[in-house]
Design a protein around this ligand. Structure first.
Ligand code: SAM
Length: 475
């Protein structure tokens, strides 16, 4: 049997299995990406934990059918399902169970039955190796989506791009300059890196690059953030000194990016309903050197747009909860697919409410709506519907013309939307729309000539120094 990431006979260390079970549960609740949760767990050996969770995920469908056939969870009602999955992975496909814990005792009672179910599955599938049980994608077969590179956002509150480039050169990496094409990015390998062609503060490394233990990451000089998720704050492009609402802010990568764009001058009112995510966010913002924010453990829908506190809010970033269907590292949850239409309807209702509420803020000039979903119901449909019903004073801006993937062709105003995907943009799946208040007296559908100078220009040549653009008056 193959063992990844673990030396034979090495100590498991206290709490490995329960830490792995917590990470699996966090992934299912979409609390963050795999590595974020692993490093957030504070488990003493994050590499070991990451390897165990990744392998358990890879074998997830196989483990589900073995657990079901062996009736383990029915027999052991006290055994937590995520813990059972990790333990059974290690028993059948890993190094064999080591360490203590009550869960291990419960699983070992069923060892013979579990092994028999694995053998039965192999006979049924007519395979002789465990790896041959894996679905083609998990086994790394043909048809796999391209691997998303490691994107690194330079935190300009603490450093600058040239210093970070120099640092990585000193660490033995080769800097290849600004990427000229997607091929430049998809062919990155080893210790080479590029500057992103759209976002001037984003560096691109090969997919397997792990910088979670890098000192620049630990010091908040770099933020590990997917390129698509950098687009909302970049396109909101607030002027330093502005007041902004980040309506669904935790765990806060976009808030810290907004603080960097503001150069810590101004005010970000950041809301979130989830106390645990807000606590993580608070630590992250301190590490990033952000100071211009107020965190509120509060329902954004309960905010009063007429409150004088928000009378200068000209920008809103709305990145609401969504199905997460665009996230490459997400754990697929079977029941989700079964109930997908109902889930999408419920999410879409919530997203519409949030967007309609955001448009009520009296001084609002520009709003960015984003999701990490690939579903039209959560994206184009939400924006077009809300604009039609509640947003007569607003219109869509056609941003970032050099971005290849636009909204779904079957939708109105498709060219005004940005979509992102592993295949077309080498990022996670994502959706972004930029809404702007129409100048007084303007009405009717938007056309590219009518779009605001500021946003269109950011999109037209995002690699120009931003300072130059900001000299122009805002709409
Ligand atoms: N913008 C975040 C970032 O870049 O790190 C990610 C936000 S995540 C997609 C959505 C967040 O919305 C979750 O943290 C969730 O707790 C929060 N949320 C859901 N409903 C909310 C509400 N009514 N008011 C405020 N936050 C809410």
């Amino acid at each position: 049997m193959r063992e990844r990431g673990r030396k034979s006979g090495s100590a498991v260390g206290p709490g490995l299995y329960s830490a792995a079970a917590s990470v699996l549960a966090g992934l299912e609740r979409r609390e963050g990406a795999l590595k974020t949760l692993v490093y957030g767990s504070r488990f003493q050996n994050p590499r070991l934990l990451c390897a165990l969770v990744s392998e358990t995920l890879r074998y997830s469908p196989v483990l589900d059918s073995i657990l079901e056939a062996a009736g383990l969870l029915r027999a052991e009602k006290k055994l937590q399902p995520h813990l059972a999955k990790v333990l059974v992975y290690d028993l059948l496909f890993g190094k064999g169970l080591r360490g203590g814990g009550h869960g291990k005792v419960l699983v070992l009672k069923h060892r013979a039955r579990l092994q028999a179910e694995l053998a039965r599955l192999k006979v049924q599938k007519k395979v002789s190796h465990n790896e041959d049980l894996l679905p083609p994608m998990a086994a790394g077969g043909a048809g796999q989506a391209p691997r998303v590179p490691r994107y690194v956002r330079v935190n300009t509150l603490k450093t600058c791009v040239s210093d970070v480039v120099d640092y990585f050169k000193r660490q033995g990496y080769s800097y290849l300059g600004k990427a000229a094409s997607l091929e430049d990015v998809s062919s990155l390998s080893g210790k080479k890196f590029l500057l992103d062609p759209h976002l001037p503060e984003l560096l691109i490394f090969a997919p397997q690059t792990d910088l979670h233990e890098n000192q620049l990451y630990a010091a908040g000089h770099i933020i590990l953030q997917d390129k698509a998720s950098c687009l909302p704050a970049f396109l909101l492009n607030p002027l330093p000194g502005s007041h902004i609402i980040d309506a669904c802010a935790a765990p806060g990568n976009k808030t810290s990016q907004l603080a960097a764009i503001l150069k810590n001058k101004g005010q970000i009112f950041a809301f979130d309903l989830d106390a645990k995510r807000l606590a993580t966010m608070s630590t992250m913002l301190v590490r990033a050197g952000a100071t211009c924010y107020q965190l509120a453990h509060q329902d954004f829908l309960a905010t009063d747009p007429a409150d004088p506190k928000y009378s200068s809010v000209r920008y809103i970033l709305l990145d609401p909860s969504c199905s997460g269907s665009g996230m490459v590292s997400r754990v697929p949850v079977e029941e989700e697919n079964a109930n997908l239409p109902e889930r999408l309807q419920a999410l879409s209702r919530f997203q519409r409410k949030m967007l309609a509420h955001a448009l009520k803020f009296p001084a609002l000039q520009r709003l960015v709506y984003s999701t990490c979903s690939v579903h039209q119901e959560e994206n184009e449909d939400v924006v077009l519907d809300v604009l039609q019903q509640w947003g007569k004073e607003f219109r869509l801006a056609e941003v970032l013309p050099s971005w290849s993937q636009r909204g779904l062709a079957t939708c109105a105003k498709a060219k005004c939307f940005l979509r992102a995907s592993p295949k077309e943009t080498l990022t996670n799946g994502f959706f972004v729309a930029v809404l702007e208040r129409q100048p007084a007296g303007a009405s009717g559908p938007s056309s590219s000539q009518e779009f605001s100078q500021t946003v269109s220009e950011v999109g037209a040549d995002p690699c120009l120094p931003l300072k130059k653009k900001r000299k122009k008056p805002e709409t």
